[in-house]
Design a protein around this ligand. Structure first.
Ligand SMILES: [Zn+2]
Length: 260
């Protein structure tokens, strides 16, 4: 049985700040902020789905949300640290969703350049993941993913560790992957990078569905323009640091306490 965090207000958990490195604490604070901002944007699925971050200086350790709290309850201290085998580092911490470990470790193990992984179940993402043609380059937002997106066919709940290799292979060198009939997976070099990529991908999915629902012919730019725009995104990509700091200020203005 999973030891869920349902019986406890996780905001009342003892602070981990004095028990972890300054770098890990900073990563915990930013990952907790990511959960809170996602809640603000409506990108959540009750207590399901999960975001992870690699622990700085510890190649194989990751931080993941405890199984039970909603995204707007997550704090820096409530995040669960897992070792390279998916075991909790601290006995006192709560259990995590096992499918979360499978999905996130698949990416973090295979991609040393990735430090934050996001998995979403939004309605728009699920719908686009089920379309045979997948994500179309029909908007400026979506052209950044032109020929730069992976697809992973659905195999059932992600509880089989064998699936990790297939996920990593299908993601390849990309930042995003559509999990067919399921949702999205985003691999960022940092939490800020993963956040802006998630937000952009969500806009891509919503705008594509709106265009397709209009029952009119869709005009796509020619391939060379799509490729040119994708290269522009790569050239001018700021990794989202400015956007990220702006959203953290929004949390502060609203009095949302997560860095505890
Ligand atoms: Zn999922």
């Amino acid at each position: 049985m999973l030891q869920s965090a349902t019986a406890v207000n996780v905001s009342e958990l003892p602070s981990m700040r004095q028990h972890v490195s300054a770098e890990e604490w900073e990563m915990r604070v930013n990952l907790a902020a990511l959960y809170r901002i996602s809640h603000h944007l409506g990108i959540s699925d009750r207590i399901n789905t999960h975001y992870s971050a690699r622990v700085p200086g510890e190649e194989t350790s990751m931080l993941l949300n405890p199984y039970g709290p909603l995204f707007d309850e997550i704090t820096a201290s409530s995040l669960v640290k897992l070792d390279g085998d998916g075991n909790k580092v601290d006995d006192g911490s709560y259990d995590v969703n096992p499918a979360g470990y499978i999905i996130h470790s698949a990416v973090l193990d295979a991609r040393p350049d990735v430090n934050c992984v996001i998995h979403t179940h939004t309605m728009a993402a699920i719908a686009v993941s089920a379309l045979k043609e997948g994500l179309l380059p029909l908007s400026q937002h979506s052209m950044q993913f032109y020929n730069r997106i992976g697809y992973h066919d659905y195999e059932g709940f992600a509880l089989d560790s064998d699936e990790r290799a297939r996920m990593a292979e299908n993601l390849g060198p990309h930042k995003v992957m559509m999990l067919r009939n399921h949702g999205t997976l985003i691999a960022g070099t940092s939490i800020a990078d993963a956040f802006v990529t998630m937000d952009d991908l969500e806009k891509c999915c919503q705008s594509q569905l709106l265009a397709q629902a209009a029952n009119s012919e869709i005009q796509l730019p020619p391939p060379e323009v799509c490729e040119h725009t994708a290269q522009q995104f790569q050239k001018f990509n700021t990794r989202g640091e400015t956007d990220w700091e702006a959203y953290k200020r929004l949390l502060d203005r609203q009095g949302i306490v997560y860095a505890i």
